[in-house]
Design a protein around this ligand. Sequence first.
Ligand code: ATP
Length: 335
Amino acid sequence: MAVFKPENVEDFYEIREVLGSGHFGQVRRVCERTSGTCWAAKFMKLRKNACSRLGLERSSVEREVEILQAVQHPNIVTLKDVFESRAEVVLILELVNGGELFDFIAEKENLLESEAIEFMKQILAGLGFMHSKNIAHFDLKPENIMLSDKVSAHPTVKLIDFGLAYFFNQGEEYRSTSGTPQYIAPEVINCEPLSTAFHSCCVLSVLRLSGLSPFQGETKEETLGNIIAMQYDFDERYFSTTSSMAKDFIEKLLVKNPNAVICFQPITRKQVANRNRSSINMKTFKKFNARRKWKVMFKSSCNDFFPLQRQCESDVEDTESKPASLLRRRLSSSS
Ligand code: ATP
């Protein structure tokens, strides 16, 4: 277990601008006083006492730290240090400078399917490594897939936010009710034992290929209902530039409890040519991304202005919306 240093983080780091914010605090750029090297500091408020409804339990932060230490991989953000005071814990993380992968894609005029696959491979490499350590992320969504930098033509994918991640013991059945509706797996909604399957990853692939969120309904309940029913289709309006191999890949993965080994390598010359011609539906993708960004911004400003209300709203939603209730271990974002 990492040492939670009792010293004041500001003695070692100069605190700079806000990079982002989550439910339990802000992430800020910080510069090490001795070397000038910059890092990202994730400030997480701790629960004052057992009755308090605000902040995180220390055990939950400990789990995030333990998991970050166990997943040292080029496609996963690195943890450098941990500081603790009475009110908060500060994680010093590798500074991920390239912004979100989805924003990077949305800024492009065109993206070939083969380029999208390169990103997918990196996401799967990070996830595969986590799974080899019996860890599942459980909150994979566009906001948590970042890029190393803005300068290189082929930036490295970095997975972030391990607040909902879980360490499986051998043979253990784990049921979680955490997650973000659009990306959540059917077994989560059905309260069935979880696997380290790639459901969210597949939803993200559909999004990248078409710009469509495959299960998105008008309401959270409808979204969750669509996931349970595995109700989606390849509407020609959105998938006309998608290769049949990519559709096949999605069909094989978007099933309940996928356990087949799926190959996504083009074999014949025709398949190679098809893939090279196929591209991402940029128009719909850009629209989806703009809407997504707006929602994230709106939620984050609500968090800033009405932290107490947010907490209460989440609690009401947790206990009242059934059967699709998401009783969150940690409050995650909602669709
Ligand atoms: P949530 O409430 O969504 O679960 P959280 O409180 O767990 O969020 P993170 O998702 O880890 O917090 O971080 C919030 C935001 O801060 C991210 O969306 C991202 O914009 C930014 N961020 C997090 N880690 C880094 C990093 N290592 N480098 C740069 N920016 C980061």
